[in-house]
Design a protein around this ligand. Structure first.
Ligand code: ATP
Ligand code: MG
Length: 329
């Protein structure tokens, strides 16, 4: 449905485009023929008059001031058609490019929203369904303590997932409405990185390494830095499972470089900018396996910007993804 509507829209756009250009060229041609006809009629008339009154031939007539005047008028009108036509053509091209871009943007936004609705429905419904199922199992069946504990642990991790999702949606909404209450305090980035490293290092699904320079101080918000790191690490776990993930922190002159790199399958070059867009996810929601809403990297970029920092995504060597952030000391 969405693709069909998009194709129809573009088809209509191209039809209008071709029509407007054909129309413009046709009218320019008609106008030019008309003034050319007018010129040759006037020349014929005046040359006849000249021959009758002065007895000279056509060669003599074209030397006269009358002919020169007619010729000048004709050239002026020709220049006017070409000039106005060119201006009209340029304005038309600019207008068409703008319309084309806004179409593309509209389509991208619509696609993202469609993906977002699909993913959010899925993301909200699936943890709720499994929490419900696990609770019902505990209630209906007489399970031993071990099984009950396992079910409760899974149930709690689903609750965590829901909590993270709701938290991300709220943060994104607050950032957009300039309502996020950021703190500006002196932070020891090395301590925060080490704490995050400790909390993730026991995970089975990645091998986590860290190279963290000590006593790296910046001004900022601790919750934000935690959120940046956990979003990047969660992504590495989701999109580069079983890979080696490293957290690197080092001073570089009066700057600080913080990177989270994995050795997964990487992000294609043409998608590297788009992954920071709100709701943007690679591929299509229907075919995508990993859970998510496409808010994580959008939030990360906004939080990095709040710290006057920059973030970019690069290829890791020999393979994988590297999210590199630079902050001022
Ligand atoms: P959310 O973080 O809101 O749960 P998400 O993880 O899909 O959802 P983002 O964190 O914004 O959203 O990531 C956007 C997209 O970038 C992901 O869907 C994924 O396709 C791609 N991506 C992010 N990190 C990596 C990575 N380390 N390796 C490969 N692809 C990645
Ligand atoms: Mg994410």
């Amino acid at each position: 449905m969405f693709k069909e509507a998009t194709n129809t829209k573009f088809l209509l756009f191209y039809i209008v485009l071709v029509y407007v250009f054909a129309f413009m060229f046709w009218w320019s041609y008609l106008l030019h023929s008309k003034i050319e006809q007018h010129f040759s009629d006037a020349v014929n008339y005046q040359s006849l008059q000249y021959e009758l009154n002065h007895g000279g031939n056509f060669e003599d007539y074209i030397q006269t001031e009358e002919y020169q005047q007619l010729d000048q008028d004709f050239s002026r009108q020709q220049t006017m058609i070409i000039g106005e036509g060119a201006v009209f053509f340029i304005v038309l091209i600019i207008g068409m490019v703008k319309i084309y871009r806004s179409f593309k943007q509209e389509i991208a936004v619509a696609r993202q929203q469609k993906n977002f609705i699909l993913s959010i429905t899925h993301e909200l419904k699936s943890p709720l369904a499994s929490i419900k199922l696990m609770n019902e199992t505990i209630r209906k069946h007489k399970l031993d303590k071990q099984k009950q504990d396992n079910l409760l642990a899974s149930s709690l991790s689903e609750v965590d997932r829901l909590e993270n999702l709701v938290e991300n949606i709220l943060i994104a909404a607050k950032i957009e409405n300039d309502q996020y209450g950021f703190n500006r305090e002196e932070l020891d980035l090395s301590i925060i990185c080490n704490q995050v490293f400790e909390s993730y290092k026991s995970r089975q699904d990645i091998e986590l390494k860290a190279n963290i320079e000590s006593n790296v101080l910046i001004t900022g918000d601790k919750t934000c830095i935690n959120s940046i790191l956990s979003n990047l690490l969660d992504n590495a776990i989701k999109y580069a499972p079983n890979s080696t993930v490293s957290i690197l922190l080092k001073r570089d002159g009066n700057k600080v470089e913080l990177s989270v790199c994995d050795t997964g399958s990487g992000i294609p070059d043409e998608e590297k900018q788009a992954v920071f867009d709100k709701f943007y996810r690679l591929g299509n929601e229907e075919t995508r396996q990993a859970k998510g809403t496409g808010l994580g990297l959008y939030i990360v970029r906004q939080l990095v910007h709040f710290h006057d920092g920059k973030i970019q995504v690069e290829n890791n060597q020999p393979q994988g993804t590297c999210f590199k952030m630079v902050f001022k000391l």
